[in-house]
Design a protein around this ligand. Structure first.
Ligand code: ZN
Length: 114
């Protein structure tokens, strides 16, 4: 799990307070945690990614999440960059796919099924 620090005094003891904010125990400073450089909470990220994974366009994502278009665009841009970086080396260049049997063992197959 990621550890959070107070931006003012680097104290590690924090409370979760309302609307996704955090409060430092020592200096009582309240702030909203930023993920990837701009202020969206973890829940808002999850909402955006949920609609993105279902292959909706940005307009639908904005309507469903009620988050500004600017934030959604930025989120999806970062997501796409990370996804493009994550492609395994096997799939570079020409990719050949062999005929593969997927499923259980052949002996368990129902006879006369087709
Ligand atoms: Zn503090």
């Amino acid at each position: 799990m990621r550890r959070y620090f107070c931006p003012r005094c680097d104290n590690k003891v924090l409370y979760n307070v309302r609307r996704g904010k955090k409060r430092c125990k020592k200096c009582l400073y309240e702030w909203k945690q930023k993920i990837a450089g701009f202020s969206l909470t973890r829940k808002e990220w999850q909402k955006i990614l949920f609609w993105f994974v279902l292959d909706h366009d940005i307009r639908t994502v904005v309507e469903q999440t009620k988050i500004s278009k600017y934030s959604v665009e930025k989120t999806l841009k970062i997501t796409r960059q990370i996804m493009a970086r994550d492609v395994p080396g096997i799939f570079e260049g020409t990719v050949e796919v062999d005929e593969t049997y997927l499923g259980g063992q052949k002996k368990n197959k129902i006879k006369n099924s087709y």
